[in-house]
Design a protein around this ligand. Structure first.
Ligand code: ARG
Length: 588
């Protein structure tokens, strides 16, 4: 185990327990009721700080500093810590032995997983992400869901969990009447040609225009929906043309983005059609349905509208139609009963917060979401333009994702040609793709997802600051050390690593923080924590590299040790970027 936080926690726990046991015995308390786990974290003042004595002191009615001092007496950190002291209101400040740090870092270097061990209990996670709508262009909101969901999928897989990605595409509902009639009007071949090049906005808008302009069309659209719902063979075939063309186009975008989604991950809304009557019947049998103005609704406790009146979740409207909510109830049942998920993450924009909260509440009431299974809304804010308003083109249309990606890659290519004229041809094109796409993804992932962020090409493509290009460049620059020195990293020896200079110590501590950073991102579903970690690591490396010559180190032993540090940094940056779905080119 090379994660010093986990290691220190294990080493400190028996001392915390011993002091707790003595204290509860003296106070006549049940020790089982007084948990006393140490919480260890990195600290700016020292290497690590252990917390827990304060809470324990409070429970025992004793001065926390005295409790901390007793723990300090009881703990044996010989060979591990150079110094342990009580600080502040009752923290334990731990300074590690340089040799111990060097050993840990050497072990980490020799470990393919970089010290990141799988979680003890493997879970099955359904991650609901991307979810664009058929015959509608993917917009920046879908970019967010796609990029964040994909990073979470990679992170959880890396922690040993079984991830089931589900792309809940919007492939059902009343607009399909209009879309199918439009398909018939323009002719199948023309429609396919339009859709296959990804001109989804045009198709949808033209359909909408016909619908708005003509009562005859409106009537046809309405009849078409009825036939679609009745399973009329020709109508279903036409519907499938729309679905298949859109899915093929989505896949083009996914491949371009470098996300893991495949056509097999699509489990669209239509998949749940047959289960919808059962949802309503079962809710009725459970006594949860209320007839409200002709609609069948559930009123989960605690949900109120603006005026304070109870808020209904409509499962079946007055015309007998099932909507988005009914589908989501069928979906959650399927994820629990058939997919057997332990945890379900919905990577969906913040505006759907109430909707999902109600779905989860109703599913719990109905017993479809049992206690052992968690459902979480991994919500995210909007993407804004430079003007601070929703990101739109000058004409006010929503921005096509592919156009954004094209522009990012073109800008990256221009920047790279300027910085490194030696990089040419296919390699330059590949690096430009990695940098351009990486910049867009990183900008999205690096901001706290709950907040809005401003889409700004100049900022996301900058080689300074917390950006994709900065981290990719930091990685490539380390790799260039090995090229210049003609050193094969595989021929290094982890045992050569020495922790002497303060910058070496800082770098080792940063490197050893990788497992905790990944875990933290996983637990909170906050990829920006991992971005922040990688940015710190890259900066810490820069300080190290400025202070500590590597290829020109004073002696062979120092050089060998620092090369190990360089290689470990490059591998950690590359592994971290990979968990975010971002490539790390060898040169830039
Ligand atoms: N298709 C929906 C949209 O574009 C998102 C679906 C999210 N997933 C879900 N289970 N409701 O807004």
């Amino acid at each position: 185990m090379a994660d010093p936080i986990a290691l220190l926690t294990d080493l400190l726990a028996p001392a915390f327990d011993a002091v707790r046991d003595a204290g509860t015995a003296a106070a006549g308390l049940d020790p089982a009721e007084v948990p006393a786990p140490p919480t260890v974290r990195r600290s700016d003042r020292t290497d690590f700080q252990a917390d827990g004595a304060m809470a324990l002191g409070k429970r025992l009615g004793r001065n926390p500093r005295d409790v901390a001092a007793e723990i300090l007496e009881a703990v044996d950190l010989t060979g591990v810590a150079r110094d342990v002291e009580v600080a502040g209101p009752g923290f334990l400040n731990v300074t590690l032995e340089a040799t111990f740090l060097a050993d840990l870092a050497g072990e980490t270097w020799a470990d393919e997983r970089l010290g990141l061990e799988p979680d003890a209990a493997s879970q099955r996670l359904v991650i609901d992400y991307s979810a664009p709508n058929v015959a509608k262009e993917m917009h920046v909101g879908h970019l967010r869901s796609t990029v964040i969901g994909d990073a979470l999928a990679r992170i959880h897989r890396r922690l040993g969990h079984e991830v089931v990605p589900e792309n809940h595409v919007g492939d059902w509902g009343t607009p399909f009447g209009m879309l199918i009639e439009h398909l018939v009007d323009v002719g199948e071949d023309a429609a396919v040609a339009e859709l296959s090049v990804g001109d989804l906005n045009r198709f949808y808008q033209d359909a909408r225009a016909s619908f708005d302009a003509s009562d005859g069309f409106k009537e046809r659209a309405r009849e078409r929906v009825v036939r679609l719902q009745a399973g009329d063979a020709e109508t279903v075939r036409l519907w499938r043309v729309l679905v298949d063309q859109s899915a093929a186009y989505f896949q083009v975008v996914y491949d371009r983005l470098g996300v893991l989604l495949t056509p097999d991950d699509i489990v669209g809304e239509s998949f749940y059609n047959d289960a919808l009557p059962g949802v309503v019947d079962d809710l009725r049998a459970l006594g949860l349905l209320t007839l409200d103005d002709g609609a069948e609704c559930v009123f989960p406790p605690g949900f109120t509208g603006r005026d304070g009146s109870p808020q209904p979740m409509i499962v079946r409207n007055r015309n007998g139609g099932y909507g988005y909510a009914a589908t989501d109830l069928a979906t959650i049942r399927h994820r629990v009963d058939d997919t057997r998920a332990d945890r379900i993450l919905y990577v969906v924009g913040a505006p759907q917060r109430d909707h999902l909260a109600m779905v989860f509440a109703v599913a719990r009431m109905a017993g479809w979401l049992p206690d052992g299974v968690t459902a979480e809304h991994v919500q995210f804010g909007n993407v804004l333009g430079a003007d601070g308003k929703m990101f739109k083109t000058r004409s006010g249309a929503s921005v096509r994702l592919v156009d954004l990606l094209d522009e990012a890659v073109a800008r990256a290519e221009a920047a790279i040609s300027e910085r490194n004229p030696d990089l040419v041809g296919d390699e330059r094109a590949a690096v430009a793709r990695a940098v351009g796409i990486g910049a867009v993804k990183y900008a999205d992932l690096a901001s706290d997802r709950v907040k809005d962020y401003v889409f700004d090409f100049d900022r996301m493509l900058a080689f300074e600051g917390s950006t994709g290009p900065y981290l990719q460049y930091a990685h490539a620059r380390i790799r260039s050390i090995f090229r210049r020195g003609e050193v094969d990293p595989a021929a290094l020896d982890g045992g050569a690593l020495v922790v002497g200079e303060p910058q070496e110590r800082a770098l080792v501590l940063a490197l050893l923080g990788f497992p905790a950073a990944v875990r933290h991102a996983a637990e909170t579903s906050h990829p920006h924590r991992l971005c922040g970690y990688l940015f710190d690591l890259a900066q810490t490396f820069t300080s190290f590299y400025e202070a500590c010559p590597v290829l020109r180190a004073d002696d062979e032993a120092t050089r060998a040790g620092r090369l190990v540090l360089c290689d470990l940094t490059a591998r950690t940056l590359s592994a971290g970027l990979d968990l975010l779905g971002i490539e790390a080119p060898e040169r830039m």
